[in-house]
Design a protein around this ligand. Sequence first.
Ligand code: HEC
Length: 246
Amino acid sequence: MAIRILSLLFFLSASCKSTTTELQTLDFGVFKLKAPQDWTIIKEQGIDSYIGGLTNGKDSLWFDYGQYTVDLGEAENFKHLFAKDTVNGFAATVMKPDTVGKGYTSIYVPRITKNDKLTIWGVNIQEQDVVLKMFKSIVFKNSDTLKNPELTESKFVYSSYGNRKTLFFQNCAGCHSLNKELTGPALIDVMQKRNCDWLYTFLTNRKATIKDSIYLALSKKYDTQCQQFPNLSKEDVEFLCGFLLE
Ligand code: HEC
């Protein structure tokens, strides 16, 4: 009897496997991706961007393509891992829940063209590995590069501050807005002249940037100084920087 059940289970899992290995191409116009046969397109229309989705009845994914993008905010109580990755030759951030099925599984591609970004996300995704493979299969219009290094488990790290928005609001928003001058300058403006490596040095090791002429001019203009953050990791600053340079 036990053997029969075991062989039935084996048969079922083997047949499940075969449906997931045969992939189809789903074409959303601005991008395509490969998905198992049971996934279909959900049509929606956006105003400033193109939004839509895809589902297999159990898991669903939503996307937003355009100049603006959804901010996933913080999925409270759930811990996430982040990976810096590449899809179709473009830099991307992949996020997945620490516990499969509890939180967001998403990919964010900040710069496809000067104006276009893409976010694809799903909530409480069961077949996480299938979805991560779907992300890796994305191909954009007018881009045929296949520079897609593998998304290995080792690329995923915890950001002690959660996502980029939290990082900004917990550490910087007390003095900075993105677009307005507060206690400190509007960050989008000052970041035009800076890059992520510089920001990391500036926040964690102020001594190294203290002689810089832009910095000197800013410190004359403002009464106070920018706070120092010796404990932010390089990954933290890179996540934050992605948010500031979008
Ligand atoms: C206590 C207030 C305060 C906090 C908190 C703060 N800043 Fe600042 N920041 C300032 C002030 C004031 C200036 C302008 C004077 C200066 O450069 O020190 C500034 C300047 C800057 C500049 C421009 C420096 C340059 O030379 O181009 C950047 C970039 C910056 N801050 C980023 C950040 C980021 C990112 C965070 C959060 C991780 C942060 N700041 C948190 C007050 C703050």
